[in-house]
Design a binder for this molecule. Sequence first.
Ligand SMILES: NC(=O)C1=CN([C@@H]2O[C@H](COP(=O)(O)OP(=O)(O)OC[C@H]3O[C@@H](n4cnc5c(N)ncnc54)[C@H](O)[C@@H]3O)[C@@H](O)[C@H]2O)C=CC1
Ligand SMILES: NCC(=O)COP(=O)(O)O
Length: 353
Amino acid sequence: MAVVVQAPVLALTTGEPAGIGPELALQLAAGPGLPARVVAVGDPQLLAERAAMVDARVELVTLAPDEPVPAPKAGVLPVWPVALREPSLPGRLAVANSDYVLETLDLAVRACLAGDAAGMVTAPLHKGVILDAGHAGFSGHTEYLRDACGVDEVVMLLATDQALHASEASWQGGAALRVALATTHLPLKDVAGAITDARLARILRILQADLKRWFGVENPRIAVCGLNPHAGEGGHLGREEIEVIVPCLERLRGEGLCLDGPLPADTLFTPRHLAGVDAVLAMYHDQGLPVLKYAGFGRAANITLGLPLVRTSVDHGTALDLAGRGVADPGSLRVAIALAADMARRGAAASLS
Ligand SMILES: NC(=O)C1=CN([C@@H]2O[C@H](COP(=O)(O)OP(=O)(O)OC[C@H]3O[C@@H](n4cnc5c(N)ncnc54)[C@H](O)[C@@H]3O)[C@@H](O)[C@H]2O)C=CC1
Ligand SMILES: NCC(=O)COP(=O)(O)O
């Protein structure tokens, strides 16, 4: 007897209501080919208004989280409703709606942990307005989901579409890249102090385990950037490599991790050094992400490793300058949904084996 395997349910949080998240969700739902039963998490009235604004022909179907989610169909978008705190206009941030944005995340996390969704995909939120609303210490989805899931550490990994599957990560094609970060949303002045042996060891162990778990890379080879110019120039341009990074990598190699480095970041991101490497660990946000975005902006996804649930996201922010005009590129959201669907299927297969 043939077994019908349903497409996984993915909760798609629609992000900052004044940004491009709602319209990107609608644009994708208007067309064919979604590889998952995507449920938007957001305000149905907001979504209806944005659909009219950007001329996305989409029927919105409001569901309760425990109601069955229908198979993907072009022109239909199921919605798990969350109410805006005040009406939202494109490009106009409102502090009152920060709690709405966080409520969409909380709902998606609950759905994943309860088994109502197989994963979550997040459209961009605006970190500044959430801080302005008084959520002190908020620094992004990554850290919020770490705390919401009660884990000690997570890893931000961005990957271009060509690198999303082990079999396609050629490194020779120029645009295939996976970049993980040792620190995420920190002022630059605080980065050096955050590069500790304990943090690096946690990050590298998660990266190694999850490259295998989610990307099928059996024995990942990870290239690690130095922190300082020329990886410290033998201690003349900074001592973090000598005092922290080198000893940590040596210990982890003893545990069987396959690690290159620390290498000068400027030359690590060249084809010869990247050949055969499965992921790069950059020490901070703007050491690694400009390279990734140069290689694949609009075709890349952001993945949070180390969570007890699947979470992917886009490679861009709220683009307030484009919101409400229907001109923003939905390419990264498409990649993020495809990857989350793939990860959900991989997770389901692993739990059956
Ligand atoms: N996953 C998330 O929630 C992320 C949120 N952010 C947040 O977004 C806010 C704005 O950040 P910015 O640094 O200004 O970055 P941004 O990505 O919103 O905008 C940078 C530039 O890229 C353009 N752009 C962005 N997405 C685009 C798309 N889909 N199609 C075409 N052009 C696009 C924008 O118009 C702008 O010119 C900040 O609060 C930041 O923290 C940033 C990155 C990721
Ligand atoms: N530049 C990547 C970024 O800011 C993503 O942050 P997060 O909200 O996914 O943690």
